[in-house]
Write a protein that binds this ligand. Sequence first.
Ligand SMILES: *Cc1c(COP(=O)(O)O)cnc(C)c1O
Length: 475
Amino acid sequence: MSDPLDERDMAGEPLAVVAREAGPYLESLRDRLVHDGTQDALLDELDGPLPAAGDGAVAAVERLVRIGTRAATHSSGPRFFHFVVGGSTPAAMAGDWTASLLDQAAGLWPTSPFAARAETAVLRWLKELFGLPASFGGVLTPSATLAHVTGLACARYWWADAHGVDVTSRGLAGLPVMPVFSSGLVHVSTRKALQILGCGRDTLRTFARDDAGRVDLGAMDAALARTGGRAVVVANLGEVNTGDSDPIDDLADLAERHGAWLHVDGAFGMFAALSPRTAHLARGVERADSVTADGHKWLNVPYESGFSFVRDRDWLSRAFGAWGAAYLPDADDERINYNMLGPESSRRARALPIWATLRAYGRDGYREMVERHLDVAAHLGDLVEAAPDLELLAPVQLCIACFRYRPDGVPEERLNDLNARLGEALLADGRVYAGTSTYRGMTVFRPAPLNWRTTKTDVERLVDVLRELGAALKD
Ligand SMILES: *Cc1c(COP(=O)(O)O)cnc(C)c1O
């Protein structure tokens, strides 16, 4: 019997199938719908029994690409505004393909000095971009959630150490609850990270002085005093409903005064540091002990891409190193084993798409993109304010506009239902994509234009489609 995997001489052919389809697909994104409503039927073609005799690589990949280019959510196009979703720059996507092509075991220096050096380089570039001190340690993660796990694992190590316990070795048993304080702007992923770390999702306490969640510094100050400073403060740079941010510098002052750990969630908000127009929002992050940011949002790198920065790299190796396996290599400052600085063991060369896009567009290219998105979001805010049936609910900050549909004559108690139905109608329509969220008890839209392809025309389209669908729904 022939070996069906004996395709060694034609390993490039299935890649050529993808490359051939890539250009037309990417070109189609500018005009195509986010979905055309026919994808569900195609999904059945993905399923079915495991074949005994395979199709061969070219046929299998042809089938996958044919289904995928039609049935996928075309979320890397310019009119996908649901949640906070970025696109993928041409250089980042090609860098990502390169990561697959080279298939590096990127956790250990001996298995790939190339991947490790690329990771060191991009972490340095990112620190420079974000205004973080070069002395910070860092590691690439699959997401901001895993970057929270990384930074908060360091905080947990630091906190348990203050209680005389090596948490890496002993675990949390016998320790009190770790106090974690934030404002009402805190993202659910911070709670999820605490849940994963065994600290408990619901132990996080929020201190808010209004229903928008803005921080009550006085109350947090008093609570910190009661902990004797053995506590973690989470500051939020860029909230997902309005783009609002905590006063990072004030929270850094508080943390410093009490000797608490400061963790900053800048998943997308960290990119405020790139423009002189918004850099003030990020002021103070350089004083944090740990910082989270995402690559797959505003950097426009393909999923999965996140970054964790920690003031002192030793915290990372205390929290994640010391596996006690004799076959693992020692690290030094040059030959870093990144899997000893983060939660993963085997990992891909996640640095390559970041490397490619930062080399391609540089600091100026990214500043211009961020400023274009600031302009697009501000334009969206202006359109909402000018429309008699739309209501802007918060000042436009960064890259998010928060608003709802509010036509004349519809009473307040019916607005949440109307907006929820409008959200469903919009998602079903597919021309532009934006779902609803809840803000201060209201059902709202909070589109976040941060795809590199998005222009003012795309948010004009969003407003037109929303008002058209709303008018058909409201009676
Ligand atoms: C998206 C987001 C996260 C979580 O990021 P993932 O990459 O999805 O894990 C955390 N915080 C904020 C503010 C976010 O916008």
